[in-house]
Design a protein around this ligand. Sequence first.
Ligand SMILES: [Zn+2]
Length: 133
Amino acid sequence: MLAPEVRAALIRLALEMRERAYCPYSRYQVGAALLAEDGALYGGCNVENASYGGTICAERTALVKAVSEGARRFSALAVATVNGGSPCGICRQFLYEFAPNLHILLVDSAGIVRAEYSLRELLPHGFGATFLE
Ligand SMILES: [Zn+2]
């Protein structure tokens, strides 16, 4: 389980990242904080685009930043939205690639944890590399 101070740091970073969201179309600010197994934290926000399909979510931003910095193993993710929103389907799949057992905290804009899940709960029977062997 997450140590209280790590949990607090994850939530704090997700809230900070939420402030950086670029979301002029949806106006739904999302911040994410990803905890690597070595203890490093990676943050991300949603970045929308006038060509809507080019939009990237906060969760994938954080994961892309982390992987591009050399991290490959992750243990927890906090996602901050106004109302404790849950990761979209694409993000669930994207996270499953690296961390099928990821622990996920969904927090609101006040930092209150609205729900906690494992990624396997959010994406049961996920598609992964073993199907491609
Ligand atoms: Zn998403």
